[in-house]
Design a protein. Structure first.
Length: 307
């Protein structure tokens, strides 16, 4: 009899214990190399638009925060803090909530010296409750499903270099015996789990697309004898690295689409990184190797011979 009671107690505990599972959509995931080759890319993430009726602003903030975390964890990017982006948008009286168009994203990106900026939207979010009821046992399952769309915009050209979609699903189950254990409320952690499952694949896809384009940095200050760029040790900049610098001019517009596809550029010269500057890891000093014109703040530099 004692053994029977113990067995029944164990059965009750196991049956009532909650469980959770997360399903990721990896149908379009592309695996980027874990090895960091060359400088890290400077990128920003705008607060996502929530197009659903659920969660209002909270979900948009949550999904952009998750993407920022995953980008930083990848060790491939220097991600500008979203508070800085919001401050710039507020100062320039740009729209902070809802859809952010490509033109606004490019303006913000240039003001912050970014290579690319990510905008996106939650297009679907839903939570449903499922259950089963047998003679002795009952099961209650909560399921959260989410769909997220992103666009990655090249700051220099204004082109959308990646458009991607992701889906995530998270489940939380609670079992019960004779009515015990199934009365728990809504599991709020499901939101974050489903959102993370939807966006985690974006990191590799973003890295792959941005890596196809030449790395660039912005000149913060300059003279005839040296330049200061907005990339340093945090960006994996190394001493002796060679740069070619340019001044962007007139926009190049595709007559068939009327869209900007690039800028005319004026070659300024070649430079070599000689030291870091500042305490934040985001500044380097370069000396001229070959000087055609004196650079100015806002000019751009790329790795020499990078095309």
């Amino acid at each position: 009899m004692r053994n029977l009671l113990i067995a029944m107690f164990v059965f009750l505990v196991v049956s009532c214990a909650p469980s959770k599972s997360v399903k990721m959509d990896d149908t379009t995931t592309t695996k980027a190399t874990d090895e960091i080759i060359g400088p890290k890319r400077r990128i920003g993430v705008v607060e996502f638009e929530n197009k659903t009726a659920y969660g209002q602003k909270r979900l948009g903030q949550a999904v952009s925060d998750i993407l920022i975390t995953e980008l930083v964890k990848s060790n491939r990017f220097v991600v500008v803090d979203r508070d800085k982006i919001n401050k710039i948008m507020d100062e320039q009286k740009f729209q902070q909530q809802g859809a952010v168009d490509s033109q606004t994203a490019v303006k913000v990106g240039k003001l912050l010296g970014l290579e690319a900026i990510v905008v996106g939207a939650i297009t679907n979010f839903g939570v449903r409750t499922e259950g089963s009821n047998y003679l002795l046992t009952q099961t209650k399952r909560q399921v959260a499903e989410v769909s997220v769309d992103i666009r990655v915009i090249d700051v220099q050209s204004g082109q959308i270099i990646l458009a991607d979609s992701g889906k995530g699903e998270a489940k939380s189950s609670k079992g019960g015996v004779l009515g015990m254990g199934t009365k728990g409320g809504y599991d709020e952690t499901l939101e974050g789990d489903a959102l993370r499952a939807a966006v985690v694949k974006f990191v590799d896809n973003i890295s792959k697309q941005i890596s196809k384009r030449p790395w660039s940095a912005t000149i913060a200050s300059a003279s005839n004898t040296e330049i200061y760029i907005n990339a340093g040790s945090d960006s994996n900049i190394s001493m002796g690295m060679k740069l070619s610098c340019y001044r962007q001019g007139k926009e190049i517009i595709d007559p068939s689409t009327n869209m900007v596809i690039g800028h005319m550029e004026n070659y300024l010269g070649d430079f070599e990184i000689v030291r870091y500057c500042g305490d934040g890891g985001n500044c380097s000093v370069a000396k001229p190797i070959k000087l055609e014109q004196t650079p100015s703040s806002g000019d751009i530099c790329r790795l020499k011979n990078s095309k």
